[in-house]
Ligand binder design. Structure first.
Ligand code: ATP
Ligand code: MG
Length: 650
C-alpha cells in the first residue's frame, strides 16, 4: 500500500498558519489589509495583553453577505483574484485567500459583518478552525473580527511569543506605519483603556507624519518626491509564438509611471540598524533588500558606513510592474524592472539630500548616540491620548521587525529615538558615534538646528578668523559662528575632485624621482591584481617587481611619496578584509576616499589666511559639504540664536 496521503483541510490550515501567523502583529497586519481592501475609511483596532488575549478590529468597509462570510474561511477562497492571469496585476493587498482560515485555525475567532445593502448581518464563531455558530443578527454595516487566545491550541507556538509589551510594540509600530501610508483614512489603536493612536483623515503624508509624530520629527526629515515615466512594461517575456501579437497590444499600452515619495532623514539622524527604513509599494508594507540597498547607496559617503537613516518611502507603480506573489506573508515582492527601480530610488533620495544640504548645528545633547531603536517617536497623538509606557521600541532579528517607538513622557518634546534635542545654551558637542563608528573621536558630531534652517550654500559668505590649535578654522557670517575641521573639509574637496577627474579620465598625476618599492603580503597581492586597473585609472603606475614587491613609478598629484606606501597598504588591507565581492563603484569611491584622506591638509598644521579662505570657498562648491567621505561632519555652526540665548539676550 502506498504511504502518501493528502492532508486534511484542518492540518493544511495549520501549516499555512505557520507561515502567515507568526505573532499577534501578523494577525493585525492581515486583518488591517483586509479592512483596507474592503474600502474602509475608518478602522479601529483594540488589543488586550499585547494581542495575545484579544485583537478586535472593526471597519466600515463593504462587509460580506452570509454566504461570503462562510466561504471566507475556506482555504483559497478570495474575492480578489479569479485566474492565474490576475496574479500578474494584483491591485489589492490580499489575494491568496489564506489569511482568515489560517488565523481561525489557531484562535477563537468571531466575525460580525453586514453589507450596507442588507438589513441584517451575520455572526460566525470559529474555535481552532471548527465552525461552532452561524447566526443572523442586527449589526452595523461593515465588518468586525475578534481574535481571542491566539495559539491556544498550539502551546509550542504560544511559548515563542514575547512579553506583552513587546508584542504590543510590534502591533503599535505596524498600525502606525499603515496609518502613515493611508493618510486619507481614520485609524485608531487602543490597548486596554489606553488610546495609543488616533489619527483622523488628513490631506497628505506630510500632515500624517506631523499628526502622528509631531513637528520636530517632521523637521528632521526631508521630503522626497519624484516621478519616472516608465519606458516599457516589465511583465515577463511571453513565449516566442505570442510575442508578435502581444508586442502589438503593448505598443498601444501606456507603460505608466513610477512615483517615489516620502521622507528621508537628515544626515544627523543615525540608527544602528536598518529597521527604520520603511518601504511601501502600492500601499503594501514590505521588506525589500533591493530598495534597502538603494537607500543605503543614496546615503553613501553622507552617513558613516555602519549607521543607517530613517526613511519612509512610498512607491506607486502599475500593478504589472511588481510581483507580489513571492512570499507567504506577502512582505516581500519582486520588481519586474529591478535596475530601473533601484537606481531611481537611489537617485531620487540622493538628489533630495544633495539639494537640502542641511547644516549641522553646534549645540548638542550630551548623550546623543546612534540608536538601535527603529522607527520614529510618536508625538502629539500619543500625548493627547495619554499613551502608557507599554510603547517600547525593540529590535528583534528575524521578527517582522516593525517595532514600536517609545512614548515620550508628557512634558518632553517630541524627538527621534536616540534623542535629538537641543540643550539651549550648551556650546558642547560630543561625538555621537561610538569609537567603532567614527574612529577619530576628536571629531564632533553635530546636531541639527531646530530653530533655523540654514543651507550650506551660505558657506560661500564665510570670513575666516583664524585657527584653533592649528586644526579647526573659525569663521563667521550672518548666520553665526562656524567651526570647520580643516582636514575633513579638504578631504571632502579632494574626494569630489578625484571622482570627477576619474570619471572624465583626466586624473592629474606625478612621476616619482625614484620608483617606490612596496612589499605586499599574499592577501594584498591578490587584491592588487584585482584593482590594479582601477588604480591606474586613478593616476597610479605600478608594476610587479620580483615576486612579492611592486614598484610605484607614478602617483596621483598631491600625494607625498612618504604617504603612498601607507595609503596603498591601508587600501589593499581594507579590500582584503571585505567578504563580499567588490563592485566597481565601491572600488572607485574607496580609492578616491583614500587618496583624499592622505593628500588632505592635516590637523596641527598652521594655515595662512588666504589658504583658509581658499579652503572655505572650495568647500562651498562641493556637492556635499556636510560630511567627509567617511561620514564625519565637516562644519559645525553656533547659530545667532544660540549665541543670543547663551548671553541671555532672548
Ligand atoms: N474586513 C473585511 N471586509 C469585507 N470582506 C472581507 C473582510 N475581510 C475578509 N473579507 C473577504 O474574505 C475573503 C478572504 O479573506 P482572506 O484574508 O482570507 O483572503 P484574501 O484577503 O483574499 O487573501 P490573503 O490570504 O492574501 O489575505 C476576502 O477575499 C474578502 O472577500
Ligand atoms: Mg486578506
Amino acid at each position: 500500500m502506498g504511504r502518501i496521503h493528502v492532508l486534511s483541510e484542518a492540518v493544511a490550515n495549520k501549516i499555512a498558519a505557520g507561515e502567515v501567523v507568526e505573532r499577534p502583529a501578523s494577525v493585525v497586519k492581515e486583518l488591517l489589509e483586509n479592512a483596507l481592501d474592503a474600502g474602509s475609511t475608518r478602522i479601529k483596532i483594540q488589543v488586550e495583553a499585547g494581542g495575545k488575549k484579544l485583537i478586535l478590529i472593526t471597519d466600515n468597509g463593504c462587509g460580506m453577505v452570509r454566504d461570503d462570510a462562510l466561504l471566507a474561511f475556506e482555504r483559497h477562497a478570495t474575492s480578489k483574484i479569479k485566474n492565474a492571469e490576475d496574479l500578474l496585476s494584483v491591485s489589492t493587498l490580499g489575494f491568496r485567500g489564506e489569511a482568515l482560515p489560517s488565523i481561525a485555525s489557531v484562535s477563537r475567532l468571531r466575525l460580525e459583518t453586514r453589507t450596507p445593502e442588507e438589513t441584517s448581518g451575520t455572526v460566525v464563531d470559529i474555535n481552532g478552525g471548527k465552525m461552532i455558530r452561524v447566526e443572523e443578527a442586527g449589526l452595523p454595516a461593515g465588518t468586525s473580527i475578534a481574535v481571542r487566545d491566539l495559539f491556544f491550541n498550539i502551546p509550542a507556538r504560544k511559548k515563542f511569543l514575547k512579553s506583552e509589551s513587546t508584542e504590543l510594540s510590534h502591533i503599535a509600530s505596524l498600525v502606525t506605519h499603515y496609518a502613515l501610508a493611508h493618510p486619507d483614512k481614520h485609524f485608531e489603536l487602543h490597548s486596554a483603556t489606553n488610546a495609543m493612536l488616533i489619527a483622523a483623515p488628513v490631506a497628505g503624508h506630510g500632515e500624517r507624519v506631523y499628526q502622528v509624530f509631531g513637528k520636530d520629527t517632521l523637521d528632521q526629515m526631508l521630503p522626497v518626491a519624484a516621478v519616472l515615466p516608465l519606458e516599457r512594461i516589465g511583465l515577463p517575456q511571453p513565449p516566442p509564438w505570442r510575442r508578435e501579437e502581444l508586442d502589438e497590444q503593448e505598443g498601444s499600452r501606456d507603460p505608466g509611471e513610477l512615483h517615489v515619495h516620502g521622507f528621508a532623514s537628515k544626515p544627523e539622524i543615525q540608527k544602528l540598524n536598518r529597521n527604520s527604513m520603511f518601504v511601501f509599494v502600492n500601499g503594501r508594507l514590505i521588506r525589500d533588500r533591493l530598495i534597502q540597498h538603494a537607500l543605503i547607496e543614496a546615503y553613501r559617503y553622507i552617513l558613516p558606513p555602519t549607521v543607517f537613516p530613517v526613511v519612509l518611502l512610498f512607491m506607486e507603480m502599475p500593478a504589472a510592474e511588481v510581483d507580489v506573489n513571492v512570499h507567504p506573508s506577502k512582505t516581500e515582492v519582486r520588481f519586474r524592472q529591478q535596475t530601473v527601480i533601484h537606481d531611481f530610488v537611489r537617485d531620487s533620495v540622493r538628489a533630495t539630500l544633495m539639494k537640502a544640504r542641511p547644516v549641522p548645528q553646534f549645540t548638542a545633547e550630551i548623550n546623543a548616540r546612534p540608536s538601535a531603536t527603529p522607527g520614529l517617536s510618536p508625538g502629539a497623538v500619543l500625548e493627547t491620548a495619554q499613551a502608557n509606557t507599554a510603547w517600547r521600541a525593540l529590535y528583534e532579528p528575524g521578527g517582522f521587525s516593525l517595532t514600536a517607538p517609545v512614548a515620550p513622557p508628557l512634558s518632553q518634546r517630541f524627538q527621534f529615538e536616540g534623542g535629538i534635542a537641543v540643550d539651549a545654551n550648551a556650546a558642547v558637542s560630543l561625538a555621537r558615534a561610538p569609537a567603532s563608528v567614527v574612529p577619530d573621536t576628536g571629531c564632533a558630531t553635530p546636531l541639527p538646528d531646530l530653530d533655523e534652517e540654514v543651507s550650506l550654500g551660505s558657506l560661500s559668505t564665510l570670513k575666516a578668523l583664524g585657527q584653533i590649535r592649528n586644526s579647526f578654522i573659525l569663521a563667521v557670517n550672518e548666520d553665526g559662528l562656524w567651526i570647520v575641521d580643516q582636514h575633513v573639509a579638504h578631504e571632502r574637496v579632494l574626494f569630489e575632485r578625484v571622482l570627477r577627474q576619474r570619471s572624465a579620465q583626466r586624473v592629474e598625476s606625478q612621476r616619482l624621482l625614484m620608483p617606490l618599492l612596496i612589499e605586499l603580503t599574499p592577501a594584498q597581492q591578490a587584491v592588487f591584481a584585482e584593482i590594479s586597473n582601477e588604480l591606474q585609472l586613478n593616476g597610479f603606475e605600478a608594476e610587479p617587481f620580483g615576486t612579492r614587491t611592486i614598484a610605484v613609478k607614478v602617483s596621483p598629484a598631491g600625494l607625498d611619496a612618504s604617504q603612498i606606501e601607507h595609503m596603498l597598504q591601508e587600501l589593499l588591507d581594507q579590500f582584503s578584509r571585505e567578504e563580499q565581492k567588490l563592485n566597481i563603484d565601491t572600488v572607485r569611491a574607496r580609492i578616491a576616499a583614500s587618496i583624499a584622506c592622505h593628500a588632505a591638509i592635516k590637523v596641527n598644521m598652521p594655515l595662512e589666511q588666504n589658504k583658509m579662505e581658499w579652503l572655505l570657498s572650495e568647500l562651498a562648491k562641493t556637492e556635499c559639504p556636510m560630511t567627509c567621505p567617511h561620514g564625519r561632519p565637516v562644519v559645525l555652526r553656533y547659530s545667532m540664536k544660540d549665541i543670543q540665548r547663551a548671553f541671555k539676550r532672548i
